[in-house]
Design a protein around this ligand. Structure first.
Ligand SMILES: *[C@@H]1O[C@H](CO)[C@@H](O)[C@H](O)[C@H]1NC(C)=O
Ligand SMILES: *[C@@H]1O[C@H](CO)[C@@H](O)[C@H](O)[C@H]1NC(C)=O
Ligand SMILES: *[C@@H]1O[C@H](CO)[C@@H](O)[C@H](O)[C@H]1NC(C)=O
Ligand SMILES: *[C@@H]1O[C@H](CO)[C@@H](O)[C@H](O)[C@H]1NC(C)=O
Ligand SMILES: *[C@@H]1O[C@H](CO)[C@@H](O)[C@H](O)[C@H]1NC(C)=O
Ligand SMILES: *[C@@H]1O[C@H](CO)[C@@H](O)[C@H](O)[C@H]1NC(C)=O
Ligand SMILES: *[C@@H]1O[C@H](CO)[C@@H](O)[C@H](O)[C@H]1NC(C)=O
Ligand SMILES: *[C@@H]1O[C@H](CO)[C@@H](O)[C@H](O)[C@H]1NC(C)=O
Ligand SMILES: *[C@@H]1O[C@H](CO)[C@@H](O)[C@H](O)[C@H]1NC(C)=O
Length: 815
């Protein structure tokens, strides 16, 4: 990656004289026009002028091997520019100092210390890390530029945040684009809570809080650019010292953190392809992330496509839509009255906290609940050592909560809310009277209406009886609001031309699917459950009740149903582009799916699934997500279909199990296929498989893979591990696609198919990862291949059913 400007032979030649270009010795000072260049040629140190118009000169370090404008990472004399560079010289003195002075002997800048041993032969060296180090003749470090950063933090630089509860290092941004002198913006820990909070400051006022240390000593991620992938880690340690450091894997592109003159904190990486710096993370990332810009009890929601202020749960805007005035409680908190704590996950915790030492989680909660003025608390369990070490981090807030934010990687905030009023008796009096009046009114309206529409009503009643016979009263899914239009059997016969074979779209385990045309001319798909299918009844019921409650553009829409004697029919919207597998795995048609379309389909499925898991009124696990259950409309919008296997779980129920494992092998997660345990993470797994299929155009059980790889997943993993992930792409779209998007998808896919359900992301994270190019992705774990004994049978079953049809039908495999 680095351009090696210095030919190797030259280095060898020079080093044979015991002095290379990266060293400054007492015998050879550095003058204007000279440069020290680090061994591999990555960094250079010398005199520079930020602009050609302003003839102020500075001693600094910059990336030597990068094209384009100079990226300066360190400046020695930032507040003391040199007017006449030809008169200055940087020297190592014989008393362990490095001095920048002019011909009149005035010191412009000085570094070092008064170590005497080895001082006579002291020398300075510019290391490949960008660290400029003054060393004694016995190679002891006397002074490091890494201990005196200006506005940039480089990999392996140890940023000492605080020592013995004192802020140690503060870096200052440049004053302007071309002015390296210390500006108003700085980055450091907060003097009032050293080591706990890292923030950027505008003079002394907080500008943007970046992180509140939550006890994670090592965090990190994989970062993917167009041309490379690299791992980085950050570390914070405690005891007397809090420091911050990030390291990156070998052969990573150049990476740096910088506080720009604009006040923006950026984590950047060099993109060779574009010859420019690419942002990994920046703060503030949105206007609402600026300190306290959302007002009290309002948080900056960065998980949205357009980040905006929102009220915390239990709060409402104080002033209509203007969130800068903040939010207020829907129900006032009164001392002595009942209250409870609500857990808000993934939050950037508010500012103005009080740090209480030496507490367990329960003690921390008790501390907050017994104090009326306490509005929230947060807790982190630390495992640290050192004189000042405290195994806990208990933060409590009193009064208003300000500067809150959501992130995917935040922590739990426990927010105090008032319990609903318990004074039932008075409520009863207040409510009963109006209700009685209302009921009377309703009854009289109903009477009039019934009289008027008596005939129509009778007809309807007959159908209702059928329906009631079907949905047993004890059914917990039953709900008066479930309004599925009933279509008469005669109309269905008419629409499908008496279930003519010409209208047959497909067949499967549950029955056949026909294309129908309603009287109005609208096309529909009619699913006719086979009379003998033992499962039919249960699946029919759950499908009708479920889909009737679901409304989402990425879910197939149920238009009606029909029950006639032992006929059960479902009427759906008709999707002319049929199912995804019919296009994706068809070599003559797959070119229709260019990358843009595939990415749209992936995101659409993710959205539909997210809706099922989280945003609909119920938490629904689909359990049978696969390519043949994704239907495509004319605009190639994907629609999830076939809810025959779907299960509703309680909102806080995380895992359920069944002794009847249904679904399709290959798409079933290990814990479900083997143990029957299913959760939203089983759907995540199926989604991951589907995603890999869409990217590669290969079936999960592709026969052409089995010779070298046991499955599509291991194939994807191997290519990914070897850095050949691009080979995984379907060649039919490879020519014209943004590589980083594809790689990101494969990465997300691999995260979704991890063996452990806990390792798999929830769909909201998946969505976030797909939509935010800058989101950091963790490294996926190696899949351990699991092979159900009856894999071959599953595959055979799947093949026979390869849906040429618009409606697909699910295979049921009992165990
Ligand atoms: C050049 O920049 C320095 C540092 O900010 C400033 O003091 C000086 O006035 C500038 N000179 C000109 C000619 O703009
Ligand atoms: C160190 O340098 C000073 C002047 O630069 C000189 O007077 C002194 O003798 C030197 N000392 C040694 C030990 O070389
Ligand atoms: C050591 O150096 C500092 C300046 O760097 C100076 O203030 C101090 O007096 C020196 N101490 C001794 C013992 O020379
Ligand atoms: C920094 O603070 C000053 C007041 O101290 C204010 O005038 C200025 O607008 C702030 N800068 C930014 C970028 O917010
Ligand atoms: C990625 O690379 C492609 C060329 O392969 C280029 O057109 C595109 O702009 C790059 N995108 C990014 C974000 O680097
Ligand atoms: C919101 O309120 C702030 C001050 O409270 C005001 O400066 C700002 O203009 C208001 N914004 C809108 C959109 O009304
Ligand atoms: C925390 O508790 C331990 C043992 O109970 C004690 O040794 C330590 O001094 C306490 N630390 C603080 C900061 O109070
Ligand atoms: C802190 O976490 C460790 C393991 O991570 C656990 O063993 C310990 O019980 C926890 N302590 C508290 C107070 O929660
Ligand atoms: C309650 O909290 C307030 C503010 O944090 C504090 O000043 C007060 O001492 C606390 N009271 C008790 C009894 O802990």
């Amino acid at each position: 990656m680095a351009l090696h400007y210095i030919p190797i032979f030259f280095l060898l030649f020079v080093s044979s004289f015991c002095k290379s270009d990266d060293q400054l010795t007492q015998a050879k000072p550095l003058a204007h026009g000279d440069m020290l260049i680090s061994e591999r040629g990555d960094f250079a140190l010398g005199f520079f002028s930020p602009t050609s118009s302003n003839k102020s000169f500075y001693l600094g370090i910059w990336y030597h091997s990068l094209p384009g404008p100079r990226t300066v990472v360190w400046v020695a004399n930032r507040d003391n520019p040199i007017a006449n560079p030809s008169s200055v010289m940087l020297m190592v003195t014989n008393n362990s100092r490095m001095v920048l002075s002019d011909t009149e002997g005035r010191n412009i800048w000085m570094a070092g210390s008064n170590i005497t041993s080895g001082a006579a032969g002291a020398y300075a060296v510019l290391l490949n890390s960008g660290n400029f180090v003054l060393r004694s003749s016995d190679d002891q470090d006397i002074w490091l530029s890494f201990d005196h950063p200006t506005d940039t933090i480089l990999p392996s630089m140890r940023f000492l945040v605080s020592y013995k509860a004192q802020v140690v290092i503060r870096i200052f941004a440049w004053k302007g684009r071309d002015d390296p002198s210390s500006g108003d913006f700085s980055f450091s820990s907060d003097p009032s809570s050293p080591g706990l909070l890292l923030a950027t400051w505008n003079k002394t006022k907080p500008y943007c809080r970046i992180t509140v240390w939550s006890g994670v000593t090592v965090s990190g991620g994989t970062y993917l650019t167009n041309t490379s992938t690299f791992l980085y880690e950050t570390a914070l340690n405690s005891g007397d010292e809090f420091y911050f450091m990030f390291t990156i894997s070998d052969n990573s592109p150049f990476t740096r953190m910088v506080l720009e003159y604009t006040g923006k904190w950026k984590f950047l990486t060099w993109n060779n392809h574009l010859s420019s710096w690419e942002i990994i993370v920046e703060h503030p990332a949105a206007a609402c992330e600026l300190y306290a810009s959302c007002g009290p009890y309002s948080y900056c929601d960065l998980t949205q496509i357009v980040p905006a202020c929102r009220c915390l749960d239990g709060f409402e805007p104080t002033d209509g839509i203007n969130f800068s005035k903040g939010c207020r409680r829907k129900q006032a908190l009164k001392c002595g009255k009942q209250s409870h704590f609500m857990t808000l996950p993934g939050m950037k915790v508010p500012d103005k906290f009080l740090h209480i030492q030496n507490k367990t989680l329960d003690e921390c909660a008790a501390e907050c609940s017994r104090n009326c003025s306490c509005t929230a608390y947060a807790y982190a369990n630390l495992s640290i050592s050192g004189a000042m070490a405290d195994p806990s981090r208990c933060l409590v807030w009193s009064g208003e909560l300000i500067d809150i934010g959501t992130k995917t990687t935040g922590e739990n905030l426990y927010l105090r809310l008032a319990d609903s009023p318990v004074d039932k008796k008075r409520n009863l009096e207040r409510i009963i009277l109006p209700i009685m009046t209302f009921l009377l009114l309703l009854a009289s309206i109903a009477l009039v209406w019934m009289y008027k529409y008596r005939d129509k009503w009778r007809k309807k009643e007959n159908q209702k009886k059928l329906k009631l016979g079907y949905f047993s009263a004890s059914d917990q899914l039953e709900d008066e609001n479930t309004e599925v239009p009933f279509v008469s059997f005669e109309d269905t016969l008419l629409a499908t031309n008496c279930f003519a074979d010409a209208n047959l779209l497909g067949r499967g385990g549950f029955g056949k699917v026909y294309k129908g045309t309603l009287k109005g001319g609208d096309n529909v798909a009619v699913k006719r459950l086979s009379k003998g299918s033992g499962q039919g009844t249960v699946e029919f019921r759950s499908e009708v009740v479920l889909i009737a409650k679901l409304q989402h553009k990425n879910l197939v829409q149920l238009l009606g149903c029909c029950i006639h004697e032992d006929e059960k029919l479902l009427i759906y919207e008709y999707l002319p582009n049929k199912s995804l597998d019919a296009i994706l795995f068809d070599t003559t048609r797959k070119h229709v799916l260019d990358w843009l379309t595939r990415f749209k389909i992936i995101k659409g499925i993710a959205r539909g699934l997210l809706y099922l898991h989280q945003d609909s009124r119920l938490r629904i696990i689909h359990r049978d997500l696969k390519a043949s259950n994704i239907l495509l409309d004319t605009e190639m919008t994907p629609k999830i279909s076939d809810f025959g296997m779907a299960r509703i779980v309680g909102a806080n129920q995380h895992q359920t199990s069944t002794n009847r494992v249904v679904g399709t092998y290959g798409y079933m997660s290990p814990e479900y296929a083997m143990g029957g345990a299913f959760s939203v993470k089983s759907d995540t797994y199926s989604f991951g498989v589907l995603l890999l299929e869409i990217v590669s155009g290969l079936k999960i059980s592709s026969p052409q893979l089995t010779s070298n790889f046991s499955s599509l997943i291991t194939y994807a993993w191997r290519l990914w591990e070897d850095g050949n992930a691009t080979e995984f792409m379907d060649s039919s779209f490879a020519a014209s696609c943004p590589l980083h998007e594809v790689l990101r998808c494969i990465h997300v896919g691999l995260l979704c198919v991890q063996d452990q359900a806990n390792d798999r992301p929830v769909m909201s994270s998946v969505m976030f990862m797909l939509e935010n190019e800058s989101a950091l992705l963790p490294a996926p774990k190696k899949p351990v291949y699991f092979a159900p004994s009856d894999w071959a049978a599953g595959e055979a079953m799947d093949n026979t059913e390869n849906s040429l049809n618009a409606m697909s039908i699910t295979t049921v495999e009992g165990r």
